[in-house]
Write a protein that binds this ligand. Structure first.
Ligand SMILES: *Cc1c(COP(=O)(O)O)cnc(C)c1O
Length: 385
């Protein structure tokens, strides 16, 4: 019997739906156990939660693989754990990694501060022009890393030219797809080899778990699993269980995040207090065409450059009541942060301005509250400027 094709909402809830035996629980039970009874005198696989074979780890990973359209996926202790392990699986001493310039601050630190010690060279390319990739390629280049959509300007890369560039040269393409989730974008369908997520964000979606995902081929994910085992990056069973629970509503949450993102961006666009709105769903965003082509939804992340600069940002952040001033993103609650104090704190104001993130820039992660209430919250805050 051929497997029917299921939609993303069904996959997020069931993985591959199957009839279950009578009187078994509908919800995967929590196996909050580090170890399992082992048959005496048996050479069978040892069950131990750090090895990644706890049932909760396996169950959530199967659903994530189904959502990404991957042969296999693995759930690990954090997004950074996923990024580190995916690259360790693909690269060896002497190899070169070509990374996009527009990446998460923690990822940049990993590449710059740690990979050198492993004799992995990393260079950074301005990712929006294929010529930049071609100029920086070396004989030793083994992988290309990109993040899309990006933080905090919500730039959306056209995946096809980068995938073609990689395929022609036999280079692995690794994509951090945290901002999109598999509901809005599935990198493997566009030629990527490996997908990374911080499950801390939308996948779990409730701001109460730290977790990460790597999805790809059976061989790559088995390598990641072995690295996870020896580098100690396995997730706690409860984190896996909570993420599986959060995942069940991923599709409906993303529908609301997408709707709230667009409604908020359109509202903000008309506000005199706002100089620029960064949202790929707006027709004047520089990547609107690429985003409309590659994505199934524009997401819930909106960047705002306030006309009044950092003083205005401070006044607004002190007034907001619905939106919480906190780093991170992708939860059911609206969160606001300032890149100058978080992801881009290591740069000078001039360097930030040159990147399009002047002081007075705030990043909004639209939650799934009633969007009228979020807008009213900002309206009230803007009224005191
Ligand atoms: C948060 C984030 C990470 C790191 O994830 P953690 O779960 O905090 O380790 C990596 N990439 C992106 C795009 C992120 O937003």
């Amino acid at each position: 019997m051929t497997q029917p094709k299921f939609g993303p909402s069904t996959k997020a809830i069931h993985g591959a739906p199957q009839r279950q035996p009578d009187r078994t629980p509908v919800v995967t039970p929590l196996y909050q156990s580090s170890t399992f009874h082992q048959p005496v005198g048996s050479g069978e696989e040892v069950l131990y939660t750090r090895y990644g074979n706890n049932p909760n780890q396996i169950s959530v990973a199967a659903k994530l693989a189904a959502l990404e359209g991957a042969e296999r996926a693995i759930f690990v202790a954090s997004g950074m754990g996923a990024t580190a392990l995916a690259h360790l699986a693909m690269l060896r001493p002497g190899d070169h990694l070509l990374s996009s310039e527009w990446i998460y601050g923690g990822t940049r630190r990993l590449f710059v501060e740690e990979f050198g010690k492993l004799e992995i060279d990393v260079t950074f390319a301005q990712p929006d022009n294929p010529r930049n990739w071609r100029q920086l390629i070396r004989k030793t280049t083994r992988a290309v890393f990109v993040e899309t959509p990006t933080n905090p300007l919500i730039r959306v890369l056209d995946p096809e030219p980068i995938a073609t560039f990689c395929r022609e040269r036999g280079i692995a393409m690794i994509v951090d797809s945290t901002f999109a989730t598999p509901i809005n974008f599935r990198p493997l369908e566009h030629g990527a080899d490996v997908v990374i997520h911080s499950a801390t964000k939308y996948l779990n979606g409730h701001s109460d778990v730290i977790g990460g995902v790597v999805a790809g081929t059976e061989a790559v994910i088995e390598e990641v699993r072995q690295l996870m085992q020896v580098w100690g990056q396995a997730p706690d069973p409860f984190a896996a269980w909570l993420t599986e629970r959060g995942l069940k509503t991923l599709a409906v949450r993303m529908e609301r995040h997408n709707a709230n993102g667009l409604a908020f961006a359109e509202w903000a666009h008309a506000q005199p207090a706002v100089q620029t709105v960064h949202y790929p769903g707006l027709p004047d965003h520089e990547d609107h065409a690429a985003a409309a082509e590659a994505l199934d939804g524009f997401g819930g992340m909106v960047g705002l450059t306030l006309a009044g600069g950092p003083t205005a940002a401070e006044i607004v952040l002190r007034k907001l009541r619905v939106a919480a001033h906190a780093p991170s993103l992708g939860g059911v609650e609206t969160l606001v942060s300032e890149p100058r104090f978080t992801s881009h704190a290591s740069l000078t104001p001039a360097e930030r301005a040159a990147q399009g993130i002047p002081d007075g820039f705030i990043r909004v992660s639209l939650g799934i509250e009633d969007v009228e209430d979020i807008i009213a919250d900002f309206e009230e805050a803007f009224s005191s400027l």
